[in-house]
Design a protein around this ligand. Structure first.
Ligand code: PMT
Length: 417
């Protein structure tokens, strides 16, 4: 279901950095696909890359001759011309050295100089052996780059050089080109207000105790970060204090009632609403004002249902708004999620089997089935939560494009670019 329409690439200037790894041969295919899709590709190779592929290949397939050096070409300052004129800089493959230099702000060659001399969005596609990819130094550099807004196309697991199998293989050319298209197509969410809920609510029992759940907020934050990367203005309604994705507005809440109040207010004029939060289904009817003493015996806590925030949003949804829920299930994933989609009047539901390894609460990864009205159904196998966010927002984009063709309401017209 992910968008594969590459029309957003026509006439866009892509600086393609190729660094020295065996996966450099796959950058040939990336280059060809970008050019076929109408992009202007300016290839830049590091000295390491030239051990794996020849300059001639990229000069022949790119839109201009390959550049390799700060010193040898006719332009005395090639890195600034490359950096200033780029619509996007794509580094594929990105080696541990290039990631480290970029994270540290080191300009050691034409590619790393160009990365520092640009205000264009940057996409890095790491590729290396599993041991290197999982090394804390490499992971820390990737985290630093992500926190600065650099887009990371995660490596895949599979066969590596030398016959080893593991994480670290360069993402597929399709995935890399889709990432470029997504980053350049950020305008598709420009002007949209996206409201995302994240984290688990906490319902007070007394002054110190709460009914809580295991939600870390990671999935909601990943959706917020992806919506921001696509140019949306984003409000996060959150119960957790993870680092806020740059540019997001934040409403901190704790209980289901507080989350309901914030969501109802913000959703009234939102274009896209995503309920990734895990809302408590029950809360104590009355919270004790002080701390319940142990020596008073085991207390009887009477529970009542919390309001169903999402069902309320579904009942009052403005025309043209896309409303996305999540479903945390441990059995009958699709049937249970579809029932929630219908009952809560959603456009999409993202179902995760939270009993499966690596899926759902607290993990950095998730695996989901995304269901829409009618036959729409798409599965995202176990992947990092940002990848799940990408898939969800690709489908949201698609739904918006479809509804804009027949919905003539004033609200919707105002959403259509
Ligand atoms: O936060 P992480 O650690 O990254 O974990 C991610 C996640 C597992 C929390 C996320 O992927 C997820 O599944 N979120 C929804 C959890 C949940 O409450 O599912 P549910 O099936 O109980 O609820 C269905 C939908 O109704 C959800 O969108 C929920 O936000 C909403 N709901 C539920 C109860 C309620 N009283 N009000 C609601 O709005």
């Amino acid at each position: 279901m992910a968008s594969s329409d590459a029309s957003g690439l026509v006439g866009r200037r892509v600086v393609l950095g190729i660094s020295g790894g065996i996966a450099a041969y796959k950058a040939i295919e990336v280059c060809r696909r970008l050019v076929d899709a109408g992009a202007h590709v300016a290839p830049v190779m590091t000295a390491g890359a030239e051990h794996f592929v020849g300059r001639t290949t990229f000069s022949a397939l790119g839109s201009e001759p390959v550049q390799t050096s700060l010193w040898d070409g006719p332009n005395p300052i090639p890195h600034t011309s490359l950096g200033q004129t780029a619509d996007v800089i794509l580094v594929a493959p990105a080696t541990a050295r290039v990631l480290a230099a970029y994270a540290a702000g080191l300009s050691t060659d034409l590619l790393t100089n160009t990365l520092l001399a640009t205000r264009a969005p940057v996409i890095v596609c790491p590729a290396m052996h599993t041991e290197m990819w999982e090394h804390p130094a490499v992971q820390a550099n990737v985290a630093t780059l992500r926190a600065r807004g650099v887009h990371v196309v995660e490596p895949e697991s599979g066969r590596l050089a030398g016959g080893d199998v593991g994480a670290g293989r360069l993402a597929s050319p399709e995935a890399i080109v889709a990432a470029v298209e997504r980053v350049l197509g950020g305008g598709r969410f420009a002007g949209l207000h996206v409201v995302v809920s994240a984290g688990g609510t906490r319902e007070p029992i007394d002054a110190v105790r709460v009914i809580a759940n295991r939600s870390s907020g990671k999935q909601g934050y990943a959706i917020a970060a992806e919506a921001l990367a696509r140019g949306a203005s984003v409000t996060l309604v959150t119960t957790v204090d993870l680092p806020v994705p740059h540019g997001a507005a934040v409403r901190s809440v704790e209980t289901a009632a507080q989350m309901q109040e914030a969501m109802q207010e913000l959703a009234a004029d939102a274009d896209v609403v995503v309920m990734a939060a895990a809302v408590a289904d029950f809360r104590p009817v009355r919270a004790a004002t002080g701390k319940i003493k142990k020596d008073g015996g085991v207390p009887e806590i009477v529970l009542e249902p919390t309001p169903d925030i999402l069902a309320g949003l579904g009942a009052t949804k403005p025309v043209g708004q896309i409303l996305v829920g999540f479903a945390a299930e441990t059995s009958d994933l699709v049937a249970n999620a579809r029932a929630k989609l219908e009952r809560k009047r959603l456009d999409l539901i993202v179902a995760n089997d939270v009993a499966a390894p690596g899926v759902g609460f607290q993990h950095d990864t998730n695996a989901v089935t995304i269901l829409g009205r009618g036959a729409l159904q798409c599965t995202v196998p176990l992947a990092d939560k940002r990848t799940v966010a990408v898939a969800v927002l690709d489908i949201v984009s698609q739904l918006r494009a479809e509804t804009s063709t027949f919905d003539p309401s004033p609200h919707h017209r105002s959403l259509t670019p």
